[in-house]
Design a protein around this ligand. Sequence first.
Ligand SMILES: [Mg+2]
Length: 339
Amino acid sequence: MNKAVFIDRDNTIIDDPGYISDPNGVKLLPGVELAIKSLAQAGFKNIVCTNQSGIARGMFTEDDLDKIHAELRRQLADKGARLDAIYYCPYHPQGTVDKYACESDMRKPKPGMLLKAASDRGLDLAECWMVGDSARDIEAGQRAGCRTIRVRIVSDAPQGSQQDDESVQADFTVRNLVEAARIIVREADRTDTWETPTPAAAIATAPPAVPTATQGTPPPATTPQAQEQTACPEPATASQTEPQPPTETDDAPSEDQKVRMEILTHVRRMSRNSEIEEFSFMKLAGGVMQLFALLALLVAVICILGNDVEKVSIATFWAIISVSLQTMALTFFTIQRNK
Ligand SMILES: [Mg+2]
């Protein structure tokens, strides 16, 4: 199973003072590297899906955006985290740059970027999540058939994007990406443990995948948009994926490995339960009885070694006590065994 978390960029991964046009403007929000690392450990690909209408508005170029994203990756790498891919949409219908001034199915709230990422990487959208701070992020996730989490960051900065359409309800609402990751990992654990069926509604609402890509093949550095999905006069780059280090991609566990890991986890859990069940009152009582039986036998032996007539009768008494206790211990052990 191939699953991913689609993550909005601005106000979800990095601070958003407005249109960031310079790598110096990239400032990670607190803890995002921890969230990304925990999601990766849980088997999710971390894929950024971000609207970048600043390109269509002529505020910066795609080259500038590449530098901004390189800086984003560098800052995350410094903290041991890594993004699997970044998809962006440069289009906007009111753009001032002709090349990008158009409607596009890649622009959220349309789900084009998510569908393309799923198609490029063979993702099961019903197992994927969309996390973002705006209603359009949530709508895009829902239209792609993903579960959704809305981030409401507490900040002094203007939160224009957070004041938008409240009619779009996410599955969860959190304060930051770390909380979102915690929910996603928890829900994934629950699904893995209990094998809950995929919600039928999620499948029913999932639109068809982008037909231009082949599943399982590594995505090219730049991929033209599907012509039939956009009114743009020219196909343009709508996605950016970083060359993937082969180790991390290849390290993704196969279906067999996942099944084996699941079985191993189950066996370990059963083994732990078995150890707990092995403790019982009967065994404890039997052990205590046996200990006292040995002590009584020891006293009896000491008395016999004394060669005293009076002590022989005491030794006999302790010997009888020892035999009785041993008999009781054996009784307890037998009861325990037959339970
Ligand atoms: Mg945002």
